[in-house]
Ligand binder design. Sequence first.
Ligand SMILES: [Zn+2]
Length: 354
Amino acid sequence: MTVRHRDGIHFEFGDGRRIVADARSAAGDVNVVSHAHADHTFRSTPGTVVCAAETAAIAEARTGVGFEFVERVPGIDLVPAGHVVGSRAAIVDRDRLSLGESLEPQPERGDADHRRYCYTGDFSIRDRCYLEGFDPTAVETDVLVMETTYGRPAYRFPPQEELEAAIVDWIRDNDERPLFLFGYSLGRAQKLQWLARAATGGVDDGSDAERDVLVADSIHEVNRAIEAATDLSFPGRPYDSLRGLEDEIVVLPSNQARADWVERAVDREDGLKAGFSGWAVDDGFRYRGNYDVTFPLTDHCDFDDLVATVEAIDPAVVYTHHGFDAAFATTLETEYGYRARPLKRDQRTLAEFS
Ligand SMILES: [Zn+2]
């Protein structure tokens, strides 16, 4: 098997068959959708699409386009990736794989030792709010293909409980002004609503002291899709940017942080803006979003989580992609003694090891 980074990550067999993960226009024999962040255009794909039912439901709610999918393929196990609702890592076992009739896997030149491949997709090993983290201790694989967004030591975030408590405290401390919280529509936005509810006592006592939580329409749609597919619920009601506010908590997509309509509403209502991302450890993040405060709340691993993942799995080979892929591969090789390479886009890399 050869692993390549093209449109998505491709696992290629010698006879041309492919498993393709997280491509925009997938054309593999099997297409893995790890989670619903990317824009998938699978309407015309001849291959099988494999993903969690929650991912298909959220993707349809976000794009308006549904697709046929299965939750199981023999030889490909999906395990929770702890990134967003429905996110899955894929573990491919070459010897158990069945890609259709007359498609028996064959031994590959130079790669006889590697039978199992784990593709993490975006992942986090931390339990957060309502989401359980990826469990690397349960994964057995020869080859680990991992996302390395925060693969430099500068990106170390506080323990999750401490981080969530700091956010809750900040919300409670600022209870006389509207608060504008910014995060991705899928993932961070739901966790911010969760923390807002925890901060205002809305979970347990349902008292009148609860502050209203308002959300952008795009977030509301994702909420509804998740609520329909799971037993989770989120407090956000649709936000009308023209209405006057008192002490409401408004959750908006992070790409709107500097939008004129947002800045006008924040100024008019004397609100505070808070940004949430792992990039918050960089000074520039605060200024780019014009935030009053930032927190390194993320749905990805920090540097230490990435190292802990590799050590727990202890694979023969690691391929890194996204973010600081080259730096992290170098760290794994020089400081931890692993065979590691960044998966550079459009470059064949497995051959380097054979
Ligand atoms: Zn993602």
